[in-house]
Ligand binder design. Structure first.
Ligand SMILES: C=CC1=C(C)c2cc3[nH]c(cc4nc(cc5[nH]c(cc1n2)c(C)c5CCC(=O)O)C(CCC(=O)O)=C4C)c(C)c3C=C
Ligand code: FE2
Length: 432
């Protein structure tokens, strides 16, 4: 089984950190071929039956799960999973609305059922009553499931007095073309894993467990690069081809926790949010045909970073701090006045910062033939008024990238802290 303590460590480029190899219980045939290399494989083929028998001789049972399948993230802890772990290869984002008959007690029972099943699935166990069989052969595959409460949840459950001020609706932005049917919701669920059947299975389980209490309001599918697809671990790319996620706050930053998580000493109505975080979820369609018409030079100017390796246009490599004051030999700013990284930078937003943990999406093609594709943007912060909102206000006015984007749906959710064994997510709100 994977070393579970590894999985909440700092997201590293390429997500290698979550894939701890399984213990060497035995050498499988698949592994033997994989490590033997081309020459070894050729020898096995040339050896015919003898070679194959040689490989089989070391087999003592079925092939073990690969490192991808066996990697597991702990369910219990101070924060919910799916915030600090590197974004997985596959995701479902979904919102549920409580049925008119569902009260606070029914909502609490649902959170208990969801939490118990999540703890099982994240550990690779079959949840009670699960006869779906969809993910039977797979391990947990770094499954994380994150639960949040939308603004309307508090009215429906008689908990309006405990609704945090931070859940005030986001302001309208000029780039918004929001579809209310795919926005907001009473309950939000983020499911991520490195195997598609594992994410689908988790979604089906949650949907079944919600029967009679909550109905799905909207659902979106996202993806990132498959772990191990690149020669070196690296930061992922989005569908515009840019390396995306480089300048995220780091867990080693002194102010990381206070920027991303609600402090433990919070008193008052939202004391139940200690250890929690606020998720801003935006479906942002990319106008890819228009974008693709730009030259490489123009594309890099819009972002302020090189496309090939993500280095800032002020020089250096991907991890070099961008020098926003640098002027080139032509007298122009190296990073343009409307470059995305200048307008979004904490340095130009009085320190406003958020942890971006996004997934790409592609939902086929629109009537005009353009791809229906873009980013399921998920931003985490202790307070949206100190994170997403001021930054998006600024991007809305002066970001060169916004000409190529349409914000199509939006949600703001209070994501409570994690729970300990025997507890369920949201218990402090629902029973406090
Ligand atoms: C309101 C916040 C942000 C939205 C919305 C947003 C959308 C968005 N961004 C990209 C691509 C890139 N963003 C990059 C950096 C970056 N973006 C934001 C915020 C929002 N982006 C911040 C705070 C930063 C970091 C700025 C800095 O301090 O340097 C980058 C560069 C690489 C990186 O640091 O991640 C890219 C590329 C897209 C495509 C997009 C909407 C679809
Ligand atoms: Fe961005």
């Amino acid at each position: 089984m994977a070393d579970k303590t590894d999985t909440t460590s700092e997201p590293k480029p390429g997500d290698a950190s979550r894939n701890t190899p399984p213990g060497p219980a035995h050498v499988s045939r698949r592994r033997l071929l994989g490590t033997a290399g081309a020459a070894g494989a050729a020898a096995l083929v040339a050896g015919g039956a003898a070679g194959a028998a040689g490989a089989e001789a070391v087999r003592e049972g079925p092939d073990p799960l690969s490192s991808v399948g066996s990697a597991a993230v702990p369910f219990h802890g101070p924060h919910q999973s799916g915030i600090l772990q590197p974004a997985q290869a596959h995701a479902h984002l979904a919102a549920f609305d409580l049925m008119p008959t569902a009260d606070r007690k029914a909502a609490a029972a649902l959170m208990r059922r969801w939490s118990d099943a999540t703890a099982d699935m994240m550990d690779g166990r079959t949840p009670q009553g699960d006869e779906l069989g969809v993910a039977l052969d797979a391990g947990p595959s770094s499954l994380t499931i994150t639960f949040g409460f939308g603004r309307t949840f508090f009215d429906r459950t008689g908990l309006a007095a405990k609704r945090p001020d931070a859940l005030e609706p986001l302001p309208a932005f000029t780039a918004d073309a929001l579809d209310p049917k795919r926005s907001e919701g009473d309950l939000w669920v983020q499911i991520g894993a490195d195997d598609t059947l594992v994410t689908f299975h988790a979604l089906r389980m949650l949907q079944k467990l919600a029967a009679g209490t909550a109905r799905m309001r909207w659902q979106m599918n996202g993806f990132n690069r498959t772990p191990g697809a690149t020669e070196q671990p690296m930061t992922g790319r989005n569908l515009m081809g840019q390396i995306d996620g480089t300048n995220n706050p780091k867990q080693s930053d002194a102010n990381f926790n206070t920027r991303i998580f609600v402090p433990d000493d919070r008193n008052g109505a939202d004391g139940w949010m200690a250890g929690g975080s606020y998720a801003v979820v935006r479906r942002i369609r990319m106008l890819l045909d228009t974008w693709d018409n730009l030259s490489l030079d123009q594309q890099e100017k819009v972002i302020g970073r090189r496309k090939s390796d993500g280095a800032p246009l002020s020089g250096g490599q991907e991890t070099t701090r961008a020098d926003l004051n640098k002027v080139g030999s032509d007298g122009a700013l190296a990073i343009a006045g409307d470059a995305h990284i200048r307008v979004a930078s904490p340095a130009t937003n009085r320190g406003a910062a958020m942890l971006r943990r996004a997934f790409n999406y592609h939902d086929g093609f629109r009537d005009d033939g353009a791809p229906d594709a873009g980013l399921l943007f998920v931003a985490w912060q202790a307070d949206p008024l100190k994170g997403f909102t001021p930054v998006q206000r600024k991007l809305d006015r002066g970001d060169g990238l916004s000409r190529f984007l349409r914000h199509e749906s939006s949600g703001l959710f209070a994501v409570p802290g994690g729970c300990e064994r025997g507890e369920y997510v949201g218990q402090r709100l629902l029973e406090g």
